[in-house]
Design a protein around this ligand. Structure first.
Ligand SMILES: NC(=O)c1ccc[n+]([C@@H]2O[C@H](COP(=O)([O-])OP(=O)(O)OC[C@H]3O[C@@H](n4cnc5c(N)ncnc54)[C@H](OP(=O)(O)O)[C@@H]3O)[C@@H](O)[C@H]2O)c1
Length: 274
């Protein structure tokens, strides 16, 4: 897909791999809608893009740990843009950001489940009319190889919490959602895929986990850009990629009953079922 003249929303683009992808999409001629919580970081990125001679990105500020702010983000994009060719759900927190203790979102949900998964679930659903109207269009869910099956008796991890489990559960939820949504969108011209961009890139969440980075933001960024615009993935949907290559996810991703449970729970938690 040629990105010239396309409109792309990428969450979590004020930092890390999202920032790299936003810069590259702007260089390719896309209208880039960047997102994050920090206005100063967004302005620095916008200046950098403008100075390089490309169209300035449009910044949307929203804390995705709040479903109300997530909804407002979707409403603003719907109101202000006539098309949306790509939605990249990339914002996330790692296993150790702000320490090892269990945290909850504004709505009282386990924080990683809320920010890494539920917000993207809600945004994708809210943005679907615009993505549909702009078809062929794509959704890219930035997940991970770190995946842990969901225990439906304790999704909010109230017992035996660990940050790595919380992170890995939220990442598998994104992959399960990808498979489900692809099914729902069959024939619509909107595709949805998920990926592990690269292992331990040199980003804030990796450093916050005290982990020594082993790959670059460029490596992960190129894997995301492949799903955004690669001609070889046009029409492909519901797949999980490890970097550039299609891969198998945790077995729970292929358990239809588990996906159905997750979907029902997510619709309820985000208020979409009402
Ligand atoms: N790094 C890796 O090695 C690796 C490996 C596999 C998968 N991934 C995935 O890649 C994606 C990007 O990760 P990264 O490594 O680039 O992380 P990062 O450098 O820590 O950046 C995370 C981005 O998400 C935003 N964000 C975090 N919490 C938010 C919240 N509550 N509301 C709104 N925005 C929020 C941040 O915005 P602020 O500027 O406001 O903080 C930032 O823009 C994540 O989904 C991650 O799980 C990363």
């Amino acid at each position: 897909m040629k990105m010239d003249g396309k409109t792309v929303l990428i969450t979590g683009s004020t930092d890390g791999v999202g920032r790299y992808v936003a810069r590259n999409l702007a260089a390719a001629g896309a209208k880039v809608l960047i997102h994050g919580r920090d206005k100063t970081r967004a302005e620095t990125l916008a200046d950098e893009i403008r100075r390089a001679g490309y169209a300035a990105p449009i910044f949307y500020q929203a804390d995705l740990s709040s479903l109300a702010e997530t909804r407002q983000l979707a409403e603003a994009v719907l109101a202000e843009h006539k098309r949306l060719d790509v939605f990249i759900s990339n914002a996330g927190i790692g296993s150790q950001n702000q320490g090892p203790a269990r945290q909850t979102s504004t709505n009282g949900y386990e924080l990683r489940f809320a920010v890494n998964y539920l917000s993207g679930f809600l945004l994708a659903h809210r943005l679907l009319p615009l993505l549909n109207a702009s078809a062929p269009s794509r959704i890219v869910n930035v997940a991970s190889l770190g995946q842990h099956p969901i225990d439906f008796d304790d999704v909010m991890l109230t017992k035996g919490y660990s940050g790595s489990r919380a992170y890995a559960q939220s990442k598998l939820a994104q992959i399960m959602f990808t498979i489900d949504l692809a099914d729902e969108l069959k024939g619509s011209g909107v595709t949805v895929n998920s990926l592990h961009p690269a292992t331990y890139m040199n980003t804030t969440m990796v450093r916050a986990g005290g982990i020594t980075p082993i790959s670059t933001v460029e490596q992960g960024g190129e894997a995301i850009l492949h799903l955004v615009s690669g001609d070889d993935v046009a029409g492909k949907s519901g797949l999980f990629f490890n970097g550039m290559r299609q891969a198998e996810a945790n077995p729970q991703a292929y358990d239809e009953a588990a996906r159905k449970r997750l979907r029902a729970l997510s619709l309820e938690l985000t208020g979409l079922s009402g």
